[in-house]
Design a protein. Structure first.
Length: 70
């Protein structure tokens, strides 16, 4: 039960973190650079295609958002 609560609290904290980042930076791309279990992070080109923005604009945002650098 304690472990389940810790996992739930951790997940809640992660959601809160990304909610705060999205509120502060209007739209963050940080989540694309996270690696999951058996998943690699996205490349700048892939993120550019997914979000429909030029890679140069994405690069500028990476430089202004904290910890969003690949």
């Amino acid at each position: 039960v304690i472990e389940s609560n810790q996992v739930s609290n951790t997940i809640d904290e992660i959601y809160l973190l990304f909610e705060n980042l999205n509120n502060k930076y209007n739209h963050t791309f940080l989540h694309y650079y996270l690696q999951g279990y058996e998943e690699s992070m996205y490349t700048r080109q892939q993120i550019s295609l997914i979000e429909g923005i030029p890679q140069s604009e994405l690069f500028e945002r990476e430089m202004t958002e904290p910890r969003a650098r690949p």
